[in-house]
Design a protein around this ligand. Structure first.
Ligand SMILES: CC(C)(COP(=O)(O)OP(=O)(O)OC[C@H]1O[C@@H](n2cnc3c(N)ncnc32)[C@H](O)[C@@H]1OP(=O)(O)O)[C@@H](O)C(=O)NCCC(=O)NCCS
Length: 332
């Protein structure tokens, strides 16, 4: 039997910082309001001439190097993004594979918004366990600043840019195996977080441009309540299914959307501050990149060790949600 092992993590954090004080200069808002409502203090901004593939490429280089594999042994590249370099084609995964200089390889994107990276873990696991692939590069890469309306004070301050990546490889050692991934969706809530314009229903037009319909629109308050409910329910199911108690989890890594959501979910589930990884204060919400960037942050702080049990918990537009449970299993 072949198992899927989570071998490495990497991230690219764009150096340019936008603080809450910078928002005070362009919006009717304050550092105090943003900090109190979200816990966000600053977020990162990619350069004008960078696309999500550039961010994903840099994160991937680190993940590949840390996995200690030859890049040409990668036989599948998956990029989770809702801010692809190009709206329809080519996929961002194809661009990342090309920038990495990989030999021709299967590559495609996943669109599951903030849950995208967890969806990518589930697809990588399935490809490996079926025997079809051996080394999968998964990437969460977002340039959210490309879809923000900087006059929308209820939304624009939340998001930032960045990328995270991981290598998932075949292993014959069951103790290294990703234990479980559970992903789901409910399109009945599709209007909570949307980019209305630019797609097949409302193709690009003067109206789309004038009304900024290609920018993200979010019903923040309704989203907040559903996020808390869904994130906690999802983890309860996963923990019960595997007979786990809180102390079995070394690192709880929730989607980084809002510190109040993270705190409410953590409290409901009974995870301690030490178990819960928080980066929303420094990176804001980077959608599909948020979980791998958070994991990379904890890893670089020296907190994640070989064999530690990690639990991802994500929620996003769609609505989509998902959780993943695995031991961190770098190659010995
Ligand atoms: C966006 C969010 C921070 C707003 O916080 P909130 O407590 O829900 O605030 P509300 O939208 O109810 O607005 C409360 C008041 O603050 C005001 N307000 C909104 N944005 C503001 C800002 N940036 N600065 C100052 N005031 C603001 C509103 O106009 C409203 O004023 P009113 O009471 O006079 O009408 C919060 O809803 C949130 O984080 N939602 C979840 C977002 C999320 O997780 N999205 C991604 C999911 S993947």
């Amino acid at each position: 039997m072949v198992f899927a092992a989570f071998r490495s993590i990497g991230a690219y954090i764009p150096p340019k910082i936008m603080t809450n004080l910078d928002f005070e200069k362009i919006l009717d808002t304050s550092d105090e309001w943003i900090t109190k409502r979200t816990g966000i203090k600053e977020r990162r901004i990619a350069q004008k001439n960078e696309g999500s593939s550039d961010l994903g490429f840099k994160a991937s280089q680190i993940a590949i190097q840390r996995a200690n594999i030859d890049k040409n042994d990668i036989d599948l590249v998956i990029c989770a993004t809702v801010t692809p370099d190009y709206l329809c084609m080519p996929s961002t995964a194809c661009l990342i594979a090309s920038k990495l200089g990989l030999e021709p390889v299967q590559a495609f994107d996943i669109s599951a918004a903030c849950t995208g990276f967890v969806y990518a873990v589930s697809v990588a696991k399935a490809f490996i366990e079926s025997g079809m692939k051996k080394n999968v590069l998964i990437v969460g890469a977002e340039k959210y600043t490309s879809i923000l309306d900087y006059t929308d004070r209820g939304t624009c301050f939340i998001f930032g840019d960045g990328a995270g990546a991981a290598i998932i490889s075949a292993s014959d050692n069951k103790s290294e195996a990703i234990i479980d991934v559970n992903c789901s969706s409910d399109g009945n809530y599709s209007d909570l977080i949307q980019t209305i314009g630019g797609g097949s229903l409302h193709p690009c037009s003067q109206e789309v441009l004038d009304q900024k319909l290609a920018c993200i629109r979010m019903k923040g308050n309704e989203t907040f309540k559903l996020a808390v409910k869904t994130l906690s329910a999802d983890v309860k199911v996963m923990m019960k299914k595997h007979n786990l108690i809180n102390s079995d989890i070394n690192h709880f890594i929730p989607h980084q959307a809002n510190y109040r959501i993270i705190k409410a979910v953590g409290d409901m589930l009974g995870f301690t501050k030490e178990q819960t990884v928080v980066t929303v204060d420094r990176y804001g919400n980077t959608s599909a990149a948020s979980i791998p960037m958070a994991m990379n942050y904890a890893y670089e702080q020296g907190k994640i060790n070989s064999g530690d049990t990690v639990l991802f918990d994500a929620f996003g537009a769609g609505l989509t949600w998902g959780s993943a449970l695995f031991p961190f299993s770098p190659k010995k």
